[in-house]
Write a protein that binds this ligand. Sequence first.
Ligand code: HEC
Ligand code: HEC
Length: 328
Amino acid sequence: MAATLARLFAFLLIVLGTYLWIGYSITELTGGGQRTSAAVDVSPEGGETIYWGKGRCFTCHSVGGQGSAVRGPNHGQFGEKFPLAMGARAEERAKERSEKEGTEFTAVDYLVESLASPGAYVVKGYKNEMAVVYAPPISLSLTEIKAVAAYLMSLGGDLDMEAIDTAPGELTEAFYAKISAAAAAGGGDPGEGAIVYEDNCSECHILNGEGGEIGPELSGIAGKGLKFISEAILQPAKALTKGFETYVAVNQEGRQTIGLKTRDEAGEIDITTATGDVVTLEKADIKEIRIDDTKSVMPDDLSEAMTVKDYQDILSYLMLQKPKPEAQ
Ligand code: HEC
Ligand code: HEC
């Protein structure tokens, strides 16, 4: 019991920390408040500062003879193994990919993909252990990621600041959207979040056409905002979704049935319980029926089954579920 409480307390503390962090990063994103001295420009120089500092890239990568880390590929031109520096290498990889897939894929797409989805293309001879640099503990902002891309592009490549900063191509734009959503949600990884969602939530919620029908559909849920979603997970009963109130029915023998009222007709009603079982009750046999607005059919201890990382991942995944534009 004490151990459970301690765990819950630790969890809440970390969640609270995340909120402070989110508040901080939102201030930073909107440019509100004073810019800290650590703020960088989207430029190769800004990126260099991040690379050898906050971004911790140097803990796994070196640039030519600068640095000594070898866990990730060298980003400079270095010996036989690295005949091209990173900018030129990205151009070559992009060309290969465009030819193979018959679609337009640019050097900037390659670099940004390396940062946004490190697992998408794993450099031969290395393990898929590149850090998710926009998630804690590194937590780079989108501006910092753009700066780093500019720095890497300037290493032997044809630097096009417009393609990086103000007018990125479609693919890079989509990666930027993913990074901003993830950063705004406390730096979770939406890819991992999809898996956590599948394991903990899909049995009750429909998302993009799949899942169970006990709770409300979650397609487009990002439109309700981060605060709403996180509260819905941590304290489901705080604001019950309309039409999903919890009913408590007591029959003449005193037996309780708790769940959602999913059918109400002349002589009987259906109560769907949290496990999805549908219990049909004869109205004549019901002694008392009321709404309990202190309880949700959605369990309120889901966070106990999740780690803080799971929670952040799931938030970033749900923040990507944007409402579809209304059909005209
Ligand atoms: C924990 C170690 C680690 C950290 C920290 C790290 N990386 Fe990596 N990185 C790797 C590894 C390992 C690979 C090779 C596997 C792969 O392609 O995912 C890689 C691959 C890359 C590639 C593709 C290289 C190529 O030759 O195509 C780029 C670009 C890159 N990292 C940039 C960065 C930047 C920028 C940072 C800092 C913001 C960074 N990495 C931080 C480990 C790391
Ligand atoms: C046993 C079924 C069940 C499970 C499992 C479940 N939910 Fe729910 N959820 C519900 C029900 C019922 C409601 C409506 C009542 C309420 O608001 O609490 C709901 C409401 C919600 C809402 C508010 C939706 C809106 O539009 O108002 C969100 C967001 C949500 N759930 C997310 C999740 C996530 C994320 C998970 C997994 C971590 C999850 N749920 C797991 C049953 C479930």
